[in-house]
Structures are given as structure tokens and as C-alpha cells.
Design a protein around this ligand. Structure first.
Ligand code: GDP
Ligand code: ZN
Length: 313
């Protein structure tokens, strides 16, 4: 069974993909003691199931194939990096930071550019060709006009995805559009998990928790993360991620591999390697990567930032 909604108090699980919350569970104390936090997206082993009341207990968590920390989601298959072409303007360095943070997770990345209706065709074409040279084939979309949402839906099918990007680009609007399926491709087939009987029971559990927490420790809001089933199959996290890409998982040596245009050179030329095993590809003799690639200045800027961080660690 998979956890599709999680908070400190309890988890909502589904057995069949896309069927919504089917079982409400608490986490076994032993798991808590060994600090094994259960995350949304986790596949879990459930015991003590009461099928009448639809309650159970999470006994164990299966190994994760990936994990994102912001928002906390396990077994993420796919990251959708969303930027807007305008309002806010698409900015190369900011986009690079988000892409590098996404690539550093080693989870497959798709890039989408929203608010397409705000710019002319030439602008879109020139961004597309630039981004192709960076190793991306962006999906151009507009939540406003619904253009491109079918491609996005297709792209998210049968996977667990997290949408990441800066504020104001339309992440929440996109999540809402994808969850309600109100964009003209057939009737809304997806029920909101929270409107189901078990979903509202789960929310009720949370509120009970809040009241007691409030009387003890003042105002306390229970944060929860959930996975929303999509009509095309697959799930998307209800909370967008990477508000501020910290690049904490990126090292001096791994940075180059977070740029697809460089990764391609380094991986395709194997068994050939740069002359120095610790090459940072900044013009060392015998380096396979030339310095005249478009994002090289951004690479240098991020490399400096990481060097400073590593020195102070
Ligand atoms: P988030 O901060 O990334 O979650 O962005 P929001 O979803 O809150 O959207 C920010 C603003 O952009 C809101 O006013 C949305 O209505 C607007 N917005 C979202 N998508 C589009 C779009 O495709 N075109 C235009 N013009 N505005 C959009
Ligand atoms: Zn090199």
C-alpha cells in the first residue's frame, strides 16, 4: 500500500493506484523510535487492519528509490521544473539554479514554460532553441488558455511528480488545473481525496490533534503533504518544491554533471577522461569539456558559491 497523505498524526493509504484514501493508519511506535519517518509516496507494510473502520497500523516502510526533502516525498519518479515566460520574466541564471538543484537529485527532470500567451511566437522559438542547446526540450504551456496542458498531463502519467519552481510562475494554478481536470479533456474523473468519506475522517483526525496541541503549546497548525491522483494516471504532490534552491547536495565535482550539455560530453566520451581525475573543467590541460559553452559563466558562478560553502564546512 502507498501513503498518499501524511502528517505527524496519521497517514492515508491507497491500495489501488489512483483510488484515493482507502485506509487510515498510525505509525508503529517502534518505527518512530528509530526515527523512520513515513513520507508521502512511501510503500508500506500494514498490520492490525480493521476493514470495518478502515484503520490500520504502519509496521514497516519499504526501501525508497528516491527522496525529495522540500516537500518531503518518497519515491519521486519525476520533477517538473516550471518557469513562466513572463510575469515574472524568464531569467537564465535563476532557471539554471533550479535546474541544477533538480538534476542533483538524479530524478528525471522535465522543463515547462508557462504563461505562453503573454509573449510572442519569436520569443518562444528563441527560448526553445536556447534550451535545446542546454539539453532540454521544454513544454510550452499556459494554464490561462489551457494550451499545452494535455502534453503536461501526458508527461505526468503513471509517475509520482513534484512541481518545482520560483513563486508566481503558476505552480499552484497548474496543480489545481491538473487535479480538477477542468481543461476540456473529458469529464472530471478524479475525486479530491479530501472530499471522500475517509478523506474527511482523516482531516477530522488532524483537527482533533490541533485542538489538543493548541491547548498545550499554543497555536499549532498541522502541516500535511498529499499526493493528488491525476486523471491521466499518476500523482502530483499538492505542495510545490524547492522554494530556494540551496544546492546543498551539489559538490564541486558533481556540479558539471548537473548540466546535461556537459554530462553528455563527459559520459559519451568514456573511457576517455579528463587528464586530471579531479578536473573542474575550467580550462585545465587535457580537459574534455571546452570552456566556450553558453552556460559556462553560470557554471563558474555556482562553482564559486559551492567552493565557498565547502571551505566553511
Ligand atoms: P505559484 O506561486 O507558482 O504557485 O503561482 P500561482 O499559481 O499562485 O500563480 C501566480 C499568478 O499567475 C496568479 O495570479 C495566476 O492566476 C497567474 N497565472 C497562472 N498561470 C497563468 C498563465 O498561464 N497565464 C497568465 N497570464 N497568468 C497565469
Ligand atoms: Zn575537465
Amino acid at each position: 500500500m502507498r501513503v498518499i497523505v501524511e502528517s505527524e498524526k496519521s497517514c492515508g493509504l491507497e491500495e489501488q493506484e489512483g483510488s484515493g484514501v482507502e485506509l487510515l493508519c498510525v505509525v508503529r511506535n517502534l518505527l518512530k523510535k528509530i526515527k523512520r519517518r513515513v513520507l508521502v509516496g512511501d510503500k508500506v507494510l500494514v498490520g492490525s487492519i480493521d476493514w470495518v473502520d478502515r484503520r490500520g497500523m504502519i509496521e514497516n516502510v519499504f526501501e525508497r528509490k528516491s527522496e525529495v526533502l522540500d516537500p518531503p516525498v518518497a519515491n519521486v519518479d519525476h520533477l517538473l521544473v516550471l518557469f513562466s515566460l513572463d510575469q515574472p520574466k524568464l531569467e537564465e541564471f535563476s532557471l539554471t539554479r533550479f535546474l541544477v538543484e533538480a538534476e542533483s537529485t538524479r530524478i528525471p527532470v522535465t522543463l515547462a514554460l508557462n504563461k505562453a500567451e503573454l509573449v510572442d511566437k519569436e520569443t518562444v522559438t528563441s527560448w526553445k532553441s536556447k534550451l535545446r542547446s542546454w539539453g532540454y526540450d521544454p513544454i510550452i504551456c499556459s494554464v490561462e488558455t489551457k494550451d499545452g496542458l494535455d502534453s503536461l498531463q501526458f508527461n505526468l502519467r503513471d509517475q509520482i511528480s513534484v512541481i518545482v519552481g520560483p513563486s508566481g510562475v503558476g505552480k499552484s494554478s497548474l496543480i489545481n488545473a491538473l487535479r480538477s481536470n477542468h481543461f476540456g479533456f473529458g469529464p472530471a474523473e478524479v475525486d479530491d481525496w479530501s472530499s471522500s468519506i475517509l478523506g474527511s475522517k482523516w482531516l477530522e483526525d488532524q483537527r482533533v490533534g490541533e485542538v489538543s496541541a493548541r491547548s498545550g503549546r499554543g497555536k499549532h497548525t498541522t502541516r500535511h503533504v498529499s499526493l493528488l491522483p491525476l486523471s491521466g494516471g499518476g500523482h502530483v504532490a499538492d505542495t510545490p518544491g524547492f522554494n530556494q534552491p540551496s544546492l546543498l547536495k551539489v559538490t564541486k565535482q558533481s556540479l558539471a554533471l548537473c548540466f546535461p550539455e556537459v554530462r553528455k560530453i563527459l559520459l559519451n566520451s568514456q573511457p576517455l577522461k579528463c587528464a586530471f581525475s579531479n578536473c573542474l573543467h575550467i580550462g585545465e590541460p587535457g580537459c574534455l569539456v571546452k570552456t566556450e559553452w553558453e552556460r559556462h559563466p553560470y557554471y563558474l558562478q555556482l562553482l564559486d558559491e559551492i567552493k565557498i560553502r565547502e571551505e566553511f564546512q
